[in-house]
Write a protein that binds this ligand. Structure first.
Ligand code: EPU
Length: 349
């Protein structure tokens, strides 16, 4: 196992900012993951596990410990006695390639999660979701290394406590487990999920029932239109996707805010959430706090295609990105009394 020193992290992220890792290792097997954790432990180094780098802001100082990239990247599938198909993939397997395989195999359940950058191992952490699906709907088990006991465990879906953009991996057990593999339960011959408004609009004037492959293609097209698909050369795609979570507020707060905005002739959009709560589109709040698409703040800015994507306009530093994040959060708070929560993981801050 090759442990490298002072490895630039910016090129390993979609945002492309930040300094180096003091130590860096890519582990290709479970044994190497254990070896890497032991290396960090023996030198009392903090450990950070890197996936596809698509939801990460690395500080300009970099990370003064060991960055571990889990490169376990095999995939297999089998049909269970009850007819469902289980896809089992290493944490380092490319997420969109897995989605493509499931769609090619005629299996439904993750077609709406097409075009999302990153690796399989990153998806349970924030319960990746888009266009009407979340990975929590298909995850069967997550195989992990307990970084304290160095035991390998298998967590069930329920063990992961999935909610919107959240799981034990980014809350109560943050830093405790290293994800090694994830298995997903898919429905062979299942129909694509076309409930999301953007998808309904996409297929509105097309005859016939869309196939899984057409749903996948549609999601990728819609994402491309919002610069949420990594297209080489598309400067608006140099981002972490959504920089903020969509805030979930109490129904009473939502009603008061809606009323106040109505008096300014503004209609506040919202979506259902748990009983007594509403989910608000952070992108709308950002725009109505004065940040239009294409907003520029030095080398950082907001995507021309989507108000929720902070972009690196070329040679931004992490400090430039954070300054814009802070500015947006403070304006949204002043305007609406809502604290936007950052969605990406901040490393080395
Ligand atoms: N909107 C604006 N301005 C914009 C874009 C959107 O005002 O520039 C408003 C509109 O009212 C629109 C609403 O926001 O109807 C929702 O926009 P969109 O459908 O693009 O979805 P989103 O809530 O911004 C979420 C996820 C995305 C996911 C899409 C599609 C979060 C934080 N983001 O975005 O996930 O792809 O839905 O399901 O939940 C990500 O997490 O990185 C990500 C890209």
């Amino acid at each position: 196992m090759l442990i490298r020193q002072n490895v630039a992290l910016a090129p390993l992220t979609t945002l492309g900012v930040g300094g180096p890792a003091r130590f860096f290792v890519e582990a290709l097997t479970e044994a190497e993951v254990i070896e890497a954790v032991e290396f960090a432990r023996s030198r009392q180094l903090p450990l950070f596990v890197l996936g596809g780098g698509s939801n990460l802001v690395v500080s300009d100082a970099g990370f003064a410990g060991l960055v571990l990239r889990v490169g376990i990247a095999d995939v297999s599938n089998c049909t269970a006695p009850n007819g469902v198909v289980i896809f089992d993939a290493g944490a380092g397997f490319d997420w969109d390639a897995l989605v493509a395989q499931t769609v090619d195999a005629g299996c439904a359940g993750m077609e709406c999660l097409s075009g999302i950058p990153g690796t399989v191992g990153g998806t349970p952490v924030q319960n990746v979701g888009a266009y009407g699906q979340e990975v929590s709907e298909t995850i069967q088990e997550v195989r992990v290394l307990d970084s304290q006991s160095l035991q390998i465990k298998t967590l069930s879906n329920a063990d992961c406590s999935f909610t919107y953009r959240s799981s034990i991996f980014n809350t109560t057990e943050r830093g405790h487990y290293i994800i090694l593999r994830v298995s997903f339960t898919l429905r062979p011959g299942g129909k694509p999920n076309l409930h999301y408004a953007d998808l309904q609009k996409f297929f509105a004037n097309r005859p016939g029932e869309p196939t899984l492959a057409e749903a996948r293609m549609a999601v990728r097209e819609i994402r491309r239109g919002k610069a949420m698909l990594i297209v080489p050369g598309d400067q608006d795609a140099r981002s972490v996707g959504s920089f903020f979570k969509n805030p979930i507020v109490e129904q009473s707060f939502f009603e008061q805010l809606s009323e106040r905005l109505r008096s300014r002739a503004l209609q506040l959009p919202s979506y259902p959430a748990a009983d007594g709560f509403r989910k608000l589109p952070a992108a709308w709040l950002v725009e109505h706090a004065g940040f239009s698409k294409g907003y520029v703040k030095g080398a950082a800015g907001i995507s021309h295609q989507h108000a929720l994507a902070i972009v690196n306009r070329g040679d931004a530093t992490a400090a430039d990105i954070i300054a814009l994040k802070d500015e947006i959060q403070s304006h949204v708070f002043d305007e609406f009394g809502i604290e936007l929560r950052a969605e990406p993981v901040l490393v080395g801050f």
